[in-house]
Design a protein. Structure first.
Length: 313
C-alpha cells in the first residue's frame, strides 16, 4: 500500500493535472494506494502527523508537490524510522528534487518509486527561533536562511506574478523579478554568527546567510555548491558588506556556483550555527516563511530519513 500526500495547488494548480495522470497509471496497474489532498497552508504537516503517528512498520509515503509541500510533510512525520519517502516533484522550483537527482518528469519519478533500485538517507536541518517567548522548531530538507534570500521567498509565497508565470511554464523566472523588487526594500544588518567549533564572525552589513543541506535553493541558486545532504553537516554562504548592485551580481553568478571565492562572500561548513542580527530580518525554511527574526539557531540531524532516490556517487 502506497500513501500519497498531494498538494493540488503546487505550481499554481498544475499539480492537479499531473496527479490525474499519475492516478491513471496507478489504476491501470492495479496498484493499491490511498491519497490525501492538502487543502490549505500547513495541512501537509497535519496529514503527515495523522498518517504516521501510529505506524509500527515501514510504509512508503509519497509527496506530490513542491518544496513547500515536502517541508510541511517533513515537519509532520512522527516516526521517521518507519517511513520510506518517495517524492514526485510538481512545484515550480523543485530544489529538493534537484539535490536528490530525482527525475523531473512525474511519470519517471513514479516509476522510480514503484520499482526502487536504490535508497538514500537524508540529513534533516532543524531551525529554531523564538516567538512570543516560545521556542519554535521548523525542520527543513533543502535550506533555511535569513535576510535577502528569505525576503524573496516570503514575496514568492504571495506573488501574483509567480502564478502568472507558472501558467506559461516560466515560474522560475518569477524569483528573478521578485529579487529586483525586494532589492529596493532590502536593508542589510549588522550580525554575529557563531559556529559549533567556537569560531565567531561578525559582519557590519549582512545581506543574507543561506544555511544549506544541499546545493540548490530558490529555483536553482547554488549558494553552497558543495553541500551534501548525507554528510551530517550544513553549508553556509554569507553575502555581506557589498553594494546592492554587487549583491545582485553575486546572486546571478550564484546560479552557477561561481560566487564563492569573491570578496563579500564567506562560506563555512558546520553542524550547528547561531545567527544574531541587529534588527529583525526575514527567515525562511525550504521557502516557507518563518517571519521576521533577529536570532536563529540551526542544527543538522544526521541521516534521519530514508528516501527512494538514485545513488549519485
Ligand atoms: N489546497 C491548497 N491551496 C492553496 N495552497 C496550498 C494548498 N495546499 C498546500 N498549499 C500551500 O501551497 C504552498 C506552495 O506549495 P509548494 O511549495 O509545494 O509548491 P510551489 O510553490 O509550486 O513549489 P516550489 O516551492 O518548488 O516553488 C505551500 O505553502 C502550501 O502550504
Amino acid at each position: 500500500m502506497y500513501i500519497f500526500i498531494v498538494n493540488p495547488a503546487s505550481r499554481s494548480g498544475h499539480a492537479s493535472q499531473i496527479w490525474t495522470e499519475i492516478e491513471t497509471l496507478l489504476k491501470e496497474r492495479n496498484i493499491l494506494y490511498r491519497v490525501y489532498f492538502t487543502s490549505h497552508r500547513g495541512h501537509g504537516t497535519k496529514l503527515a502527523q495523522q498518517l504516521t503517528k501510529d505506524l509500527s512498520s515501514r510504509t512508503t509515503l509519497i509527496v506530490v508537490g513542491g518544496d513547500g509541500t515536502v517541508n510541511e510533510v517533513l515537519n509532520g512525520i512522527e516516526h521517521p524510522e518507519h517511513i520510506i519517502l518517495g517524492y514526485i516533484p510538481t512545484g515550480s522550483g523543485n530544489d529538493f528534487a534537484k539535490g536528490m537527482a530525482l527525475p523531473s518528469d512525474p511519470q519517471k519519478a513514479l516509476e522510480l518509486i514503484l520499482s526502487p533500485n536504490s535508497y538514500r538517507t537524508v540529513d534533516i536541518g532543524v531551525l529554531k527561533y523564538s516567538e512570543k517567548d516560545t521556542e519554535k522548531i521548523r525542520k527543513f530538507a533543502v535550506s533555511t536562511g535569513i535576510g535577502f534570500d528569505a525576503a524573496i521567498c516570503h514575496q514568492a509565497l504571495v506573488s501574483r506574478l509567480k502564478v502568472l508565470l507558472n501558467r506559461i511554464h516560466l515560474g522560475k523566472l518569477s524569483y528573478a523579478f521578485i529579487s529586483l523588487r525586494e532589492l529596493a526594500l532590502h536593508k542589510p544588518c549588522r550580525c554575529r554568527i557563531s559556529f559549533d567549533n567556537g569560531t565567531e564572525v561578525t559582519f557590519e552589513k549582512l545581506h543574507f546567510a543561506a544555511v544549506m543541506n544541499q546545493p540548490f535553493e530558490g529555483g536553482g541558486f547554488r549558494f553552497c555548491p558543495n553541500a551534501q545532504n548525507n554528510d551530517g553537516k550544513l553549508d553556509l554562504c554569507m553575502i555581506h558588506d557589498v553594494s546592492k548592485i554587487k549583491l545582485l551580481f553575486l546572486m546571478a553568478i550564484g546560479l552557477f556556483g561561481w560566487h564563492t571565492s569573491l570578496k563579500g562572500v564567506d562560506t563555512f561548513r558546520c553542524k550547528q550555527v547561531q545567527i544574531h542580527t541587529s534588527a529583525p530580518m526575514p527567515v525562511h525554511a525550504d521557502g516557507e516563511s518563518a517571519f521576521l527574526q533577529d536570532a536563529i539557531s540551526v542544527t543538522c540531524e544526521q541521516e534521519r530519513l530514508l528516501m527512494i532516490a538514485p545513488q549519485t556517487t
